[in-house]
Design a protein around this ligand. Sequence first.
Ligand code: GLC
Length: 718
Amino acid sequence: MRLGWWGLACAVALGACDGGGGDAGTMDGGAPAVDAARDYVPEPFEPTAETRAYCAGDDDAIEARITTLLGQLSVAEKIALMHGVGTAVVERTWLVEGNEAYGIPGLHMLDGPRGLSAFTEANGTAFPVGMMRGATWDPALEERVGAAMAREIQSVGADVLLAPTINILRHPRWGRAQETYSEDVHHLGAMGVGFILGVQSEGVIASVKHYAANSIEDTRHTVDVTVDERTLREIYLPHFRRAVQDARAGSVMSAYNQVNGLYCDLNGHLLTDILRDEWGFAGFVESDWILGTHGDGESVTAGLDIEMPSPTEFRFMQRALAAGEITEPDLDDAVRHILRAQFCFGLDTRERVLDDPSARETAEHLALAREVATRGIVLLRNEAGALPLAPTASVVVVGRNADVENIGDEGSSDVSSSEVITALEGLAAQGTSVTHLTSSALSAADEATVAAADAVVVVTGLTSDDEGEADIGAGDREDLLLPAAEIALIEAVAALNPRVIVVLEGGSAILVEGWVDDVEAIVHAFYPGSQGGHAIADVLFGVEAPAGRLPFSVPTQEADLPPFDNTSPGVTYGYFHGYRHLDNEGLSPRYPFGFGLTYTTFAYANLSLAASSVAPDGSLTVTVDVTNTGATRARETVQLYVAAIGSRVPRAPQDLRAFGQVELDPAETQTVELTVPASDLAFYDVDASAWEVEAIEYEVRVGPHSADTPLRETFRVE
Ligand code: GLC
């Protein structure tokens, strides 16, 4: 059981973190219980449209039941429902105790965004990392992944999945880039919604994280992110709003960092003004682990409901009550959020399964992991017909990751998988001649082998030693480059054989300058999960045509991106990053956001807008014909960007506003229909504290990626 920094932080910070089973009500030096006689009448609660929409059950009956319980539970009993029990998993899950006498089941939480947490010591399907799933641009597929992960954590008794991570990829050096889906707000929101719908379709509560503006690892516990209100609203929050309003996420996890001078657990603007009052979130807010809670009463009044994983701060709650810093009705609000989640998800009426190995790493889940990995691989370069390889091609495999079980970060998102198919194993399973050269210093014999091969596959990129969660993983990346030894290896084999295919494994952008023109093909394979080797081989040998599209930009140099500061105590996040920054600065990326090749070509025609103007509360429907003009069946992701013309505020030159997919046989044409709600075009007017859809002209741009949108039409919002 990896305690890592948590155990240390706990011991150092407070010496007595482990809440044991005791409730926090009696842990602050035995202060007298406030509730000598229970003559307490809780405030009545009127169900709302939001609580009813949140609740899978009969919300009116559940709210009434909660009101009754709030009149019966003592203060100490209420506080005991508001925190985890200790810095270690209990029977494989992070436990928030219930109260059996009152039929309250409690909560049993587990990571993570890539499958069953390695903290359980049980094996689970290691799915491709979130960023690879983002590269599939398929929310419906992501819904299936969410449902599969939910089934696997339920098989060890968990009912809360600490996922998805949807912090926007502001910069590719962020250590946890692999966990999220995208650098773009719209794409990120669509993928996160898909995942949450899948998880919750199995009755598991998704805890969407980390709210908010958590995009640096090394300073994550303290960094103060200064972000202006418009940037916060338009860039760092919309995907959380969609998680709450479109997917009805059962829970939100507040982030470690500060936003505009206040830690997220103390940040009433984030947790109450926006999350509760504007978005109508009806579930519970839990802190991030150990160092994610900075107060007792003041955290609860700001909007935090549960301290995880133990009552480091909440053990002083009785003191806060006695000092009048918080009232029992304030506690009742938090307890109601916690009980609503438990009862609305039916945790009180469901028999928890403590161990069902038959639900883990099933043939269905492994096949899904392989399907997603295959769909997520992005073909970046393919010259001289290098790919697909002929089925009989003899292949030499080199590179640091060739035979590495490279499934991603060893932090909280880690998964223990019974087997991991490496790239080498996947290539060998194709049945062709595969020779693995393990030394990066090629001998004369090696050089002859390389020269004689039909193709050389260099499986390289990053590993969990280069990027991951801070403290229990590798933290942020030092740069965006391949290790120098790997570049030297690429150059060495390229000097011997023109047919060099580079497979890049890594959580986000890896620069290719300096060697890109010396190789014929490059694919980005992320951290492709337990079936990743088969997926890589399926794509390289053309069993499947590559369908992945980049969920991030690959610049020609790091200097083209906004600076990444993972050392200063305070940073400022601007309105622009990723393709929106590059477009705004007039900088061309090596590979644009949304880019990806395949084994055929597509033609776009007949862009048609259903109307030339739409109402501010209306939607624009757009159709376009896509034709497969090559000889191989393949999938295309049609992307729709919008440029605001004459806006009264600074805007990005264009923003992704819709996307869709189509799979076409050779010579087949299909019409793709996309919808753009006018409200998606709004900007946040800070002076008015309101969203405004400007009555101006907008240009719709449709094509295969952000730098190739050949079809353009304009429309107006009335
Ligand atoms: C970690 C992570 C969070 C994870 C939690 C429990 O510190 O920030 O994503 O869910 O603790 O492992």
